[in-house]
Design a protein around this ligand. Structure first.
Ligand code: MN
Length: 211
């Protein structure tokens, strides 16, 4: 198998009460698991694609054969997006929540004015994304930028495909499957609560690697 479903770096219940255990089980096992399995089916036997990293694969969709490009976009994007999503979360009060520090904090303050303003921009991007998608903080040309994408598009796919581009360092899943059991239709409540599980140390690590 070219791609594998990564284990969660914590228990299914570890993000309670912000994200409930049942949501985590279904989200990781069924949704992310489904993206990995459908991606592998789409690229089966194509060894040049199977040996790429997921980031390299989704960043070069024009090179993917026409007949599997949509499957790779949707399922490869789904795999990349969720693999990062699990990593940038941690149990509330035990790696999750609090505030960014160091160079990342300085960059946020210089680009957005404050962490509160960054959070407001992410909440706005997530709330305004109609239907399913993701809200992102990316590094682009040395700058921090907030935006959103539809479905499982990832900013690495570029503007022409995803309508937004950059190297993602934080992303929040606004598909209903990410929050509906606990928050039902209240996406803004989920987005507000989500900051309590954000692993800023991991986001800082991604920031260091991205600029
Ligand atoms: Mn999801």
């Amino acid at each position: 198998m070219a791609f594998t479903l990564p284990s969660l770096p914590y228990d299914f219940a570890a993000l309670e009460p912000i994200i409930d255990s049942q949501t985590m089980q279904i989200h990781h096992g069924k949704h992310h698991g489904g993206y990995v399995s459908n991606l592998n089916k789409a690229i089966e036997g194509k060894s040049d694609i199977e040996k790429k990293s997921i980031e390299a694969l989704i960043a070069d969709l024009p090179s993917v054969p026409d007949d599997i490009r949509t499957a790779v976009r949707n399922n490869g994007g789904g795999h990349a997006n969720h693999a990062m999503f699990w990593q940038i979360m941690a149990p509330p009060g035990n790696g999750g929540g609090g505030e960014p520090t160091g160079e990342l904090l300085s960059a946020i303050n210089s680009h957005f004015g404050s962490v509160a303003e960054l959070k407001a921009k992410i909440a706005d991007a997530g709330a305004k994304r109609f239907g399913s998608g993701w809200a992102w903080l990316v590094v682009k040309g040395g700058k921090l930028v907030v935006g959103s994408t539809a479905n499982q598009d990832n900013p690495r796919m570029g503007d022409a495909i995803a309508g937004f581009s950059g190297i993602p360092i934080l992303g929040v899943d606004v598909w209903e499957h990410a929050y509906y059991l606990k928050y039902q239709n209240r996406r803004p409540d989920y987005l507000a609560a989500w900051w309590s599980v954000v692993n800023w140390a991991k986001v800082a690590e991604l920031y260091q690697a991205a600029h």
